[in-house]
Design a binder for this molecule. Structure first.
Ligand code: NDP
Length: 256
């Protein structure tokens, strides 16, 4: 009898932003469940390190240097995945940046707005656009996009980020409808405050700010990247076979 815990045996999972934080945790989790994992991000040293750790743990993985804002780079990412592993079954479109999270809109910088939209919105859109033909060739599969609790509500001083994460949900629902009858499910995960570089790098007084934000979380703690990865694996697995176009909060009740 096959090991019931190896949910992704024979499957290939592509993870953007897979060299750090939530994406890195997801890479380990997918590999631990039998998937071959293609890690895509810009920083090669961190990407190769992630691959080495997965290999050391007995998994299979490769890295492709990718900038998700570039169509050519995203197409090369998908091509590298096919060249290396021969197919694509699952994609976790997770690469994202916070931009400026400290400024009201009247004082906000237009270039930062463009940058946040380029990575968080165009990056997810391009990724799905070029992943889907390969997932169709594999006979279907699952896409999980990384939105945020910021996709489910408003918040002050980061309007570009909140807008970008709402856009991720709009794309998720629309593309889910486009491919619902063609065996590709498209869902989103909406993390709350998760302990990664993203939340510590955005503030000058990171520890003080973190304590203040943590106090506002109903569960009174930040989440761990692994807790988001668990939800991503469920959304990508047959266990969620009738879940499609959904936005799953993993946020300790922040968005309730
Ligand atoms: P990290 O900063 O730890 O990771 C971000 C990842 O995105 C890195 O792997 C980074 O790699 C990659 N990335 C950034 N820009 C690009 C680009 N242009 N092309 C390719 N890859 C890129 O943050 P998290 O793990 O926390 O964030 C992951 C996702 O989770 C993001 O979408 C974020 O918005 C979302 N999220 C995070 C929350 C949190 O509290 N941490 C809360 C809600 C949502 P590299 O720099 O090498 O390219």
């Amino acid at each position: 009898m096959p090991n019931a815990r190896m949910r992704f045996d024979g499957k290939v999972a592509l993870i953007t932003g897979g060299n750090a934080g939530i994406g890195l945790a997801a890479g380990h989790a997918f590999a631990g469940q039998g998937a071959k994992v293609m890690i895509a991000a810009r920083r090669s040293a961190e990407g190769e390190q992630a691959v080495a750790e997965i290999l050391q743990a007995g998994g299979e993985a490769a890295f492709v240097a990718t900038d998700v804002t570039s169509s050519a780079s995203v197409q090369a990412m998908v091509a590298a995945c096919i060249a290396r592993f021969g197919r694509l079954d699952v994609a976790f479109n997770n690469a994202g940046i916070p931009g400026d999270v400290t400024t009201d809109i009247a004082d906000a910088d237009e270039d930062t707005f463009e940058r946040v939209m380029a990575v968080n919105v165009r990056g997810v859109w391009l990724s799905m656009k070029y992943e889907i033909p390969e997932i169709l060739k594999a006979g279907g599969g699952a896409i999980v996009n990384c939105s945020s609790f910021a996709g489910l509500r408003g918040g002050p001083r980061s309007s570009a980020y909140y807008a970008s994460k709402h856009a991720v949900l709009g794309m998720t629902k629309s593309v889910a409808l486009e491919y619902a009858a063609r065996n590709i499910r498209v869902n989103a995960v909406c993390p709350g405050l998760i302990m990664t570089d993203l939340i510590t790098s955005g503030f000058a007084n990171a520890q003080e700010k973190l304590a203040m934000l943590t106090a506002r979380i109903p569960m009174q703690r930040v989440g761990l990247p692994e807790e988001v990865a668990n939800a991503v694996l469920w959304l990508a697995s047959p266990e969620s076979s009738f879940v499609n176009g959904a936005a799953l909060p993993v946020d300790g009740a922040t968005s309730v």
